[in-house]
Design a binder for this molecule. Structure first.
Ligand code: SF4
Length: 198
């Protein structure tokens, strides 16, 4: 069956992350557009992102176990095929290939939401640079360490299924269930609209 490249709704790589974290965040952003209220934690995250980018410009590629390579920062990406856009924190190009790197503020482990966002960047890099991306990295800022994420068939399959579900939810304006992980709600910029769970 030919692939449909006409997307009425262009989505962002960060939407993939939010969808895995709590689908209601995507609903509020697309079906009930509201000005988000940045929380103090979000502002701290933005400030640290800027600092990490500054440090990365001087750092070697040791943290990623890559040899010599070129690093580019804040790369605008898009995919007509998937109807996606986004800005990648860092792209490392070596003779072995291209490696997307996403900086994260999390103190815990890499989650499915982070993998989904990275997969979005990987697929956009593939389309934009006409290459294959086998591996990406998530750099955990508070822990000063990077985690290798294989961009394998299983991740690609989960990514495409989530993308289709998210687009169907937006098109039908179906109010999704809240995340079952209620600890995520306390620092959420949309919590004032989730009256049914508080
Ligand atoms: S408050 Fe909780 S359920 Fe509501 S959008 Fe935020 S994370 Fe989701």
């Amino acid at each position: 069956m030919p692939e449909n490249t006409e997307h009425k709704i262009w989505l962002r790589a960060t939407d993939m992350k939010q969808w895995a974290y709590c689908p209601r965040i995507v609903y509020y952003a697309y079906c009930m557009p509201l000005p988000p209220q940045p929380t103090p934690a979000m502002q701290r995250g933005r400030d640290l992102h800027v600092r990490v980018e500054f440090l990365e410009r001087r750092r070697k590629l040791r943290a990623y176990n890559l040899g010599a390579g070129e690093r580019q920062f804040e790369i605008p990406l898009s995919s007509k095929r998937h109807g996606l856009s986004g800005k990648l924190d860092m792209l490392v190009t070596t003779p072995q290939g291209r490696f997307p790197v996403d900086f994260k503020m999390t103190k815990g482990e890499v989650g499915e939401n982070h993998r989904m966002q990275l997969a979005a960047y990987a697929l956009m890099v593939e389309e934009q640079f006409a290459c294959k991306v086998d591996t990406g990295f998530i750099y955990l800022i508070p822990q000063y360490r990077s985690v290798v994420v294989p961009i394998d068939a299983a991740l690609r399959q989960r990514f495409l299924a989530s993308l289709a579900e998210m687009r169907a939810m937006i098109a039908a304006e179906n109010f999704p269930a809240a995340t079952p992980v209620r600890g995520r709600c306390w620092d959420c910029e949309f919590k004032r609209f989730c009256n049914d769970i508080f």
